[in-house]
Design a protein. Structure first.
Length: 57
């Protein structure tokens, strides 16, 4: 279950990306979630996915 709060979502997603997944696409495929939805929620608090860092910054 993904957190609804954008700040909690940011922390959750970055932890998963850092510790378990090589890319956002890999994480979303494994967890069966929509990457666009995550990107939109985090863009609302001015965080965007950086592929090179594999983190939302």
């Amino acid at each position: 279950m993904m957190p609804k709060d954008p700040v909690m979502l940011l922390s959750f997603v970055n932890l998963k990306l850092r510790d378990y997944y090589g890319s956002l696409e890999q994480m979303c495929g494994d967890m069966d979630v929509d990457s666009k939805e995550i990107e939109e929620k985090l863009a609302a608090i001015d965080y965007h996915y950086d592929k090179e860092k594999n983190q939302f910054v």
